[in-house]
Design a protein around this ligand. Sequence first.
Ligand code: NAD
Ligand code: UDP
Length: 337
Amino acid sequence: MVLVTGGAGYIGSHTIIALDEAGYDFVVFDNFCNSSKESITRVENIIDKKIKVIEGDIRDAKALQSVFDTYKIDSVIHFAGLKAVGESVEKPLKYYDYNVNGTVVLCDAMSKNGVKKIVFSSSATVYGDPATTPITEDFPLSATNPYGRSKLMIEEILRDIYVSDNSWKVVLLRYFNPVGAHESGTIGEDPNGIPNNLMPFIAQTAVGKRDVLSVFGDDYDTKDGSGVRDYIHVVDLADGHVKALNKIDGFDEVMSINLGTGNGYSVIEMVKAFERASGKKVPYKTAPRRSGDIATCFADPSYAKDILGWVATKGVDQMCEDSWRWQSNNPNGYAKS
Ligand code: NAD
Ligand code: UDP
């Protein structure tokens, strides 16, 4: 059985559907600090079965032990953690506690219970400000904020665990920019308060919850001056986790794998794509660059294809359509829709 930490969250909720479709049995472990139990109920409706859920915190060794006592866990997909870059600058200790300490407690519990397979949610942020694009997995690693540093530290901790005991199987999945939603429009990204990320901000502007999108910077050295990113549909991303689990037994080194499409889209291009998909206007204005942002970031995804047999299949139009279906059906997310 697969233990899915953070399985109630945005990427986790999509991944458990993919796990179910692929025939994996799983249990979700989540403290719901950034998600809603409603997401689980909705996934239950999509897959038409009950989901095993334990409410608990990965920093709580006792709570984790009871999961290992109750279920025969053989691998872990580890999503649980905090992800807001700005908050991590304000509250670095909280980020190191949830992300780094949480992972140490989790790995210790795995080790005590003889569970040695882990797929970890890393991020393209570990490449810092890359000298060139597309980005391959052997690019130098760096971090510009505590969130990114927590991801880098966890990658290194997992590498050290492997060095100490190379019967561990470790896959570090470096996500580019996850967007979109399940095609049912019943689950999706539900950020607290004002969204920091581009796509939820665009979607909330289209649905009338926000007046105007600020485009952070119009003088980057990019096609139209706005920042360029590799947006990847969350359902493709979910599939990447299943493919990683399918192959994990065959790996005999720590695997770092980019999950991206290989295509870069600018902020303005994403606004236009969303307008096409939704039929709504997305008013925007130019604003100063956001501190810490880089001009361009997109993946070379060929390693994922070679190693996992994984490629992204969904383009930006589908990302925007699915994101709009979720947003327009649930203007207030899970809470009051
Ligand atoms: P999310 O916040 O929607 O999901 C994270 C889940 O973990 C939530 O359900 C939250 O309640 C849970 N959680 C947090 N701390 C916990 C703890 N101490 N114990 C138990 N549960 C806890 O975020 P997401 O977008 O689904 O991201 C999942 C993972 O992917 C995170 O590790 C994130 O850093 C990483 N990631 C996300 C993105 C992105 O843009 N969404 C990009 C790269 C990497
Ligand atoms: N962005 C923007 N306005 C916003 C949010 C984001 O112009 O309200 C831009 C940001 O500068 C970057 C891109 O959109 O170029 C993606 O930002 P996001 O925060 O979604 O992801 P990041 O790549 O920074 O992790």
